[in-house]
Design a protein around this ligand. Structure first.
Ligand code: SF4
Length: 449
């Protein structure tokens, strides 16, 4: 690839962690002389930052590589690289599946991409780096748009748990924690650029522990950065949720009392088979304490139905936990075995039909419970921050409460993105509340912010 043709196009799949990593990858490539382009047709280097959590995510990427090959046919100097969890999982098999791939880089090695590309040219063959050093973290520059809600900052990578259904420990490696100084530097850069909200990310963010700070100390320090008005974090694990974390949230009005805490199953028997490392009672202890300390707390969760060995009784326990907690939202999945995970060795003995019916029952229950709880919120007064316009173009501002509830208010002169105001909830449609503005409580001023 000649020097004047260093144009890179990056496509990102999967979670916000990948979105963050892609920013760090772009930044590294910019420093190596690459300029970013918006479409694959303009690029000399096509990078796919991938996800391996579900089979359909991988199939999409394989299909996409096939599509991108047309650019190589048109210009043989175009290079295709696959990064991220799928690259880590499949390694050299990726090149066997798709000959167009020139570069396969695992999750700990993005810093080596420019050097590996040079080797692709000098050696005339595909290059791989799948080494897991267990210490790598990345630091991405803050997003350019200060009004972007929210600025995602990755604070941990990997996971030390071994939930039997999960590929993450094998694709992202062991848990490692970014230094608080580094995180605070990123948060300050966001604030200095006019950003007011950050979301701290990690597969298991509440397990953050650095020699210099616990998670509770870290979120407190982030909330105290000048200019930062809202701090969110995800994903939480009940085993790593000491009371100190809840006390830190309670002590800082900037920290969101929204806990995305996967339960996966309400049955201790299934939790054991999943090797989740906690029982239902541990989970409920966090929920109960959170309710006691955080009056506005809202919960969301992930649930798998039809895990190997799940009986009707186990499933009923999952329905019960949904009723007991009262989630704002639940991401629900039918179990499907992932190669290379321990659960893949268990008999996938719940039939597809039973999984389908259980999933439908779970979704129905969540919808009913939420409709009931949501209706009870009509008439309440909330504080929201405006995040943008309604995507359906109906003349509404789109806002969110600190505990993550979506609210639409009519567009009014004098209001704009970033502003905070009190609203009165008028009605609920699906998961969105419609409200009327009451009073402006804080005006976003790009210059002063
Ligand atoms: S805690 Fe989360 S990321 Fe870690 S192994 Fe379990 S499901 Fe995967």
């Amino acid at each position: 690839m000649s020097a004047q043709k260093k144009r890179v196009y990056v496509e990102t799949y999967g979670c916000q962690m990948n979105v963050y990593d892609s920013r760090a990858i772009r930044d590294g490539l910019a420093r190596a002389g690459y300029s970013e382009v918006e479409t694959p047709a303009e690029a000399d280097l096509l990078l796919l930052n991938t996800c391996a959590v579900r089979d359909n995510a991988e199939q999409r990427v394989l299909g996409r590589i096939g599509e991108l090959q047309q650019y190589q046919y048109a210009r043989p100097e175009v290079r295709i690289g696959v990064l991220g969890c799928m690259a880590q999982r499949l390694g050299e098999k990726l090149v066997e599946k798709r000959k167009a791939v020139d570069l396969v880089v695992g999750t700990d090695n993005y810093g080596r991409i420019p050097e590996l590309l040079e080797k692709v040219e000098s050696e005339g063959r595909a290059q791989f780096d799948l080494a897991v050093d267990g210490t790598t973290t990345y630091q991405a520059p803050p997003e350019v748009d200060p009004l972007n809600n929210s600025h995602f900052i990755s604070i941990t990578r990997g996971c030390d748990y071994r939930c039997t259904f999960c590929i993450v420990p094998y694709t992202r490696g062991p848990l490692r924690h970014k230094a608080p100084t580094q995180i605070l530097e990123e948060v300050r850069a966001v604030a200095e650029g006019g950003g007011v909200e950050v979301t701290l990310l990690g597969q298991n963010v509440t397990a953050y522990r650095h020699a210099e700070a616990s998670f509770a100390q870290l979120i407190s320090a982030v909330a105290e950065v000048d200019g930062i008005r809202r701090v969110r974090f995800l994903t939480s694990h009940p085993t790593d949720f000491p009371a100190a974390t809840l006390h830190a949230i309670a002590a800082h009005p900037e920290i969101s009392p929204w806990l995305h805490m996967p339960i996966q199953s309400g049955s201790d028997r299934v939790l054991r088979r999943m090797k989740r490392g906690h029982r239902l009672s541990d989970y409920m202890a966090v929920v109960d304490l959170a309710r006691e300390l955080l009056p506005d707390v809202a919960f969301s969760t992930d649930i798998i139905v039809g895990f190997p060995g799940e009986t009707e009784e186990d499933f009923e326990a999952t329905l019960r936990v949904m009723r007991d907690v009262g989630y704002d939202s639940a991401f629900t999945f039918k179990y499907s075995p992932r190669p290379d995970t321990p659960a893949d060795r268990l008999a996938d003995d719940v039939s597809e039909e039973v999984k389908r019916v259980r999933l439908a029952r779970l979704l129905d229950l969540q919808e009913c419970l939420w409709a009931e709880r949501g209706r009870a919120m009509v008439g309440q007064e909330w504080k929201i921050a405006i995040e943008g316009t309604d995507q359906k173009g109906r003349g509404f501002w789109r806002g969110r409460t600190l505990n993550n509830r979506k609210v639409l208010i009519p567009e009014r002169p004098g209001l704009g993105i970033g502003d905070e105001l009190r609203v009165k909830v008028l009605r609920l449609e699906g998961t969105t509340f419609f409200a009327e503005p009451l009073s402006l409580t804080w005006k976003y001023d790009r210059v002063a912010a």
